[in-house]
Ligand binder design. Structure first.
Ligand SMILES: O=C(O)[C@H](O)[C@@H](O)[C@H](O)[C@H](O)COP(=O)(O)O
Length: 261
């Protein structure tokens, strides 16, 4: 059952990143208070890394008990360990190296020079197994119930490494798959699938900048998930679009949240 998307529109991408970071701090603290730990899925890209940088600078940053936070990734560029283009490398630079995380709870996706070599399918299967090991009976499925799963939205409406019309967005069984021929470089990637994304309590889609306006309008106006993967990204309890005014500029007025200017 999909949850209808809620929209919050902020003045600009800097404010969107800061507000989203504050929202994430509160969500993590609430989860840690009520369940003893929190589980968050990170996204790559400018908006995702902008949120992490804003979180690193947030006054309330250390309200989070960093040692009781599990971090996963929605996708990863299949490159050698330490490559500056890997999402985990950029996340470390933006935030992770500045906070006292438990390394055992930072679940990076395999690199192309790791134990599976260049076999991206084997690497994807290994990450699916890691997710399954972290799942518990109450999670009702092969992945943990993520408190928040964040997704940057591409100009073509892709999320994670689920690109329009490519095989990965059509996957209905596996939770993690390899991607070949991605239109956004690098071409080889690992990605969560829509069934894995939909296991999250909350899915937050980040869209800031004029280049996201068409994608947001398409995804929020009833497009199908194969043609517009962002349209198929929703959480069990909440689906939240966090936009700036530029990315919201092509939305039908009926979708524009009343509180926004
Ligand atoms: O590996 C990646 O590139 C990201 O995971 C990808 O899904 C990203 O979130 C979108 O392409 C938006 O990227 P921007 O925020 O840079 O536009």
């Amino acid at each position: 059952m999909s949850t209808a998307p809620q929209l919050v529109v902020h003045r600009d991408k800097e404010l969107m990143a800061q507000a989203a970071a504050a929202r994430l701090i509160t969500k993590i603290v609430d989860a840690q208070t009520s369940r003893g730990a929190a589980s968050v899925v990170l996204t790559g890209g400018r908006n995702g890394n902008g949120l992490l940088a804003a979180l690193a600078a947030a006054p309330a940053r250390d309200a989070v008990d960093w040692g009781r936070l599990d971090l996963w990734w929605g996708d990863e560029r299949f490159l050698p360990e330490g490559d500056p283009e890997r999402n985990v490398t950029q996340a470390r630079e933006a935030l992770l190296d500045a906070v006292p995380l438990d390394p055992k709870r930072v679940h990076a996706m395999p690199a192309s020079d790791g134990p599976y070599g260049e076999d991206v399918e084997a690497a994807a299967a290994a990450y699916a197994e890691e997710l399954a090991r972290a799942a518990h009976p109450e999670n009702h499925g092969p992945v943990p119930t993520f408190d928040v799963l964040m997704l940057g939205v591409g100009p073509d409406t892709h999320v994670a490494s689920l690109f329009p019309e490519l095989p990965a967005v059509r996957e209905t069984e596996r939770t993690v798959v390899g991607v070949h021929g991605a239109p956004k470089p690098p071409p080889t990637r690992i990605t969560l699938t829509l069934p894995a994304i939909r296991a999250a309590r909350e899915v937050w889609l980040l869209a800031a900048g004029e280049d996201k306006a068409r994608a947001a309008a398409i995804a929020l106006s009833g497009a199908g998930e194969i043609q517009a993967p962002a349209a198929g990204a929703y959480g069990r309890a909440r689906t939240l679009w966090l936009l700036d005014a530029a990315a919201a500029s092509q939305l039908p007025r009926s979708l524009y949240p009343p509180a926004s200017p």
